[in-house]
Design a protein around this ligand. Sequence first.
Ligand code: B12
Length: 167
Amino acid sequence: MQPLLVHVGEAWHAGTFSIGQEHLVTSAVRARLERKLAETRAAVHGRAVLACGPGERHELGLLMLAVLLRADGWDIAYLGPDMPVDETMRLARESNAQLVAFSVGTREAADALEAGLHETERPTNLSLLVGGIAANPVLAGRIGGSYLGSDLPKATAALRAPTATVA
Ligand code: B12
């Protein structure tokens, strides 16, 4: 799905694809991913909370990660676009999650995520992961989290390993 989305989205940004056409494809892809996310599987690795950073609307990469983690045995709480950091962390704390993963596709969202995390209490046993095209190892270091790149199957496999691999 990823090459298709990039192609369609870039055609939209270039003005050769209408907003309606782009939204139609995006919503078909989202619906398909959401159906897969709803499939019941045993949760063996624990609970993961997935959210886009504040102001962030690019959600399909994170939704794809949600589907892969679900299939790999994680209990997924998928919160979707534009999530306040404090609300996301509160939900992670209250649901005893082991992992919280944020996606940022714009510089603004990355900055807002960093600022929000510095103001929010983080449970000691909660691993923090950041991804998306505006994420990198430097950002991950500044927020005390991990960056596992953009290869989702590889990221899923890394998260399966003992939690020591994730800061
Ligand atoms: C489709 C699209 C949109 C759609 C998003 C629809 C949706 N519901 O998600 C809409 C129309 C909403 C949109 C809006 C905008 N967009 Co746009 N968009 C795109 C486009 C074309 C494709 C994005 C996409 O879905 N890719 C497919 C997914 C699967 O890839 P991905 O998001 O990169 O995710 C991959 C990895 O990053 C990783 N990943 C993602 N999240 C996470 C999280 C974790 C934890 C991990 C491990 C991995 C991971 O997994 C994926 C697989 O590798 C990109 C161009 C591009 N080349 O990517 C621009 C792009 C991201 N958009 C851009 C811009 C500028 C905007 C707007 C500001 C445009 C505007 N003027 O309004 C707004 C911003 C909205 C906002 N506030 O977030 C820029 C961002 C530049 C930047 N970094 O600052 C891009 C790069 C286009 C460009 N070349 O300028 N956009």
